[in-house]
Design a protein around this ligand. Structure first.
Ligand SMILES: [Fe+2]
Length: 658
């Protein structure tokens, strides 16, 4: 809230009279926002571990999740990094109370999480968790433009612990995170393909997964894999927005049991992301199976699809992939269940894991290759209505690679795993298949009129490359295919139907400002000579110099203008400002201006008149932008006991704008 004051002095009042009347105090109170002082708390014994930054419901939010060794009240504190001086958070730092619960016995301790809301664009933020006297280290993240182009990164199966050598798996994972973000420091999201760890509730594996500090600087969007599902650690370590944890979205139909589950969605700038717990695929498991996911995706797209340009699905079990899991019966069930629905709903891109190898599909529509003429490895794709691209990510950590498998004679549509006529070693549905036993990640550039998808090497055959270090062959060479080189790259161009879409980018307007001035300000409002009335008092009148208000703020935030007057004085003679009253009005309408109430002279009602702050005009939140001109008629009534003199007083005008 801001305040500003100006003064103008009503002019001289001349008359003869006896005694001077007295003082009234100026009551000018301006409430300025200030942070709550936090009492120094006794040292909290809680040890805080496992902090991870998560994606929120949209680009103005982030979540933070952590473990605590003690069941104490904790919070998340956030402030613009520019306001954190020498590690000290400012008094007006935002505090978000944490919620959470006791962890399962295998994990020990407690989980805590909180959501940061109201972030501003183009801002660096610092945050810490805990409470007074026991804060975690301080971490930071940044926001970027809330509209327009951005990049996100997609990581397949870190599956830490899978190779049997935890340290090597962690080293490979750490290196992929570091390499990918060094190459793409402005990437805005880290999206998971699932299987964060090898064994669901093994916290040593979670500690290795959470080791990269970048996971506290860039928001992670988790996906639940088959290795994460068998316990509660996944739900304890991650907080996700808009999450449906109802029974049908759990593989066993029992959210209270020791398994994790649920589907969630969020919109980040122009992309609607929907994340599914693909561990639940058949009602015979006990949950709602694929039908429940299709209902969820349908509902979310019907309710929110129009809020984004692109629809991207993420789940773990690849339905079109090139390796060990391509012929799995459960994935063939999903392949039949999902394809028609995703085509019908206009999904643009599906990101998957589980098969620890890279592939991207042809444009798939209703379980078939949409365009028989699409060439393998085509760089530019123009999927017509219903065409969906499915990408499967290779291992991001090097903990496990699956080799590409051969097509069979089971057909070239639906659940079939037959060969591509154009490329007989590949499955009919795959445009590109790749396995070198080298770590990779997928970069997705969200652009005005295309998605650019690229699979990029984050390692070579050299360490850290856990499975290769333990004896697996490697077909890459560090000289020929270095870190950062491209495995595959393609562009998805949206279908615009038969009409012509028009596009225009509208930049941010200037933020606007609130201002006010006193018209024709000459510093003096002359009320002339007071006239005697009824033989017992004097009256004088006039008008304040009009006040012009201009409010061009985008926030449409409230404003108000008020005024009060001090005592009228002439040398050592004085009378109270309470004898002055007014009738405010709006001379020129605009800026949401509503005039204040009329105030009588204290002579009439024994009140305080304008000796206390009175509203001249105000506007509420959401008012129109623009300008207004404000005025007021002044009325002075004083008892005839006031001594003759030329009196002056100061009218103090105060503007408040939040
Ligand atoms: Fe998996």
């Amino acid at each position: 809230m801001k305040s500003s004051t100006k003064r103008q002095a009503p002019g001289s009042v001349r008359r003869r009279a006896a005694t001077g009347a007295t003082a009234a105090f100026l009551g000018l109170a301006v409430a300025l926002g200030s942070g709550m002082a936090s009492p120094a708390a006794a040292a909290d014994p809680a040890a805080i571990t496992g902090i991870i930054l998560g994606v929120g419901a949209n680009e103005t939010q982030r979540t933070v999740t952590w473990y605590s060794s003690a069941d104490t009240a904790q919070k998340l504190q956030v402030a613009p990094t520019a306001s954190v001086v020498n590690g000290e958070f400012p008094a007006d730092a935002a505090n978000f109370d944490a919620t959470g619960a006791v962890n399962i016995a295998a994990s020990g301790g407690f989980n805590r999480h909180a959501t940061i809301t109201g972030l501003k664009e183009h801002t660096a933020y610092s945050y810490r968790v805990g409470n007074e006297g026991n804060w975690s280290s301080t971490y930071s993240f940044k926001t970027q433009d809330f509209e327009g182009d951005y990049d996100f990164l997609f990581f397949g199966d870190p599956q830490i612990g899978s190779s049997g050598n935890l340290a090597q798996d962690q080293a490979g994972w750490q290196d992929t995170v570091d390499v990918s973000l060094a190459a793409n420091p402005d990437a805005e999201l880290l999206v998971s393909g699932g299987d964060q760890v090898e064994t669901a509730n093994t916290e040593s594996q979670w500690n290795s997964f959470l080791a990269p500090d970048k996971l506290r600087q860039y928001p992670w969007a988790p996906t639940i894999g088959n290795h994460d599902v068998g316990g509660k650690a996944y739900e304890q370590h991650f907080t996700t927005p808009n999450t449906d944890r109802s029974a049908p979205l759990y593989s066993n139909g029992n959210p209270a049991s020791n398994v994790s589950g649920g589907d969630y969605w969020y919109i980040y700038k122009d992309v609607l992301f929907i994340n599914l717990n693909s561990n639940s695929y058949a009602t015979s498991q006990g949950g709602g199976g694929d039908a429940a996911h299709i209902k969820y995706v349908t509902d979310v797209i019907n309710q929110h699809g129009a809020e984004a340009k692109w629809k991207v699905l993420t789940y773990h079990h690849a339905i079109y992939s090139p390796a060990s899991h391509a012929k799995d019966n459960d994935n063939k069930v999903r392949r039949v269940d999902f394809s028609d629905a995703f085509s019908k709903l206009g999904v643009d891109l599906v990101l998957q894991g589980h098969d620890h190898s890279y592939s991207r599909s042809y444009e798939i529509k209703n379980g078939q290759k949409a365009n028989p003429d699409e060439k393998p490895g085509a760089a530019d794709l123009y999927p017509g209505p219903g065409g969906v691209i499915y990408v499967t990510a290779n291992s991001a950590s090097g903990s496990k690679y699956y080799d590409i498998t051969k097509p069979d004679s089971s057909g070239t549509s639906g659940a079939g795993n037959g060969a591509d006529p154009q490329n007989p070693n590949n499955y009919w549905y795959n445009s590109v298949q790749n396995q070198e036993h080298v770590r990779t990640y997928v970069k997705v550039e969200v652009r005005n009129d295309k998605l650019v998808v690229e699979d990029i090497r984050s390692g070579t055959c050299a360490a850290p490359n856990s499975e290769v270090e333990q004896g697996m062959s490697c077909t890459n060479t560090s000289t020929g295919q270095p870190v950062g080189s491209t495995v595959d790259k393609f562009q998805v161009h949206p279908n615009h139907g038969t009409g012509q879409d028009l596009q225009v980018n509208v930049p941010n307007p200037a933020p606007g400002e609130f201002g006010w001035t006193i018209d024709g300000y000459n510093g003096l409002v002359d009320l002339g000579t007071a006239q005697e009335r009824n033989g017992d008092h004097f009256e004088a009148s006039g008008k304040i110099n009009p006040i012009t208000v201009s409010d061009t703020r985008r926030s449409l935030a409230p404003w108000s203008i008020s005024a009060d007057v001090g005592d009228f004085k002439d040398g050592d003679k004085t009378f109270s400002g309470s004898y002055l009253g007014w009738s405010p009005y709006v001379l020129d309408q605009g800026a949401g201006a509503t005039s204040g109430e009329s105030v009588a002279s204290g002579y009439d009602d024994n009140g305080k008149g304008l000796s206390v702050s009175r509203g001249l005009a105000h506007a509420d939140q959401g008012h129109a932008r623009g300008g207004a001109k404000l005025g007021a008629d002044l009325g002075l009534k004083i008892p005839d006991s006031v001594t003759k003199g030329g009196y002056r007083a100061t009218l103090t005008i105060t503007a408040l704008s939040s």
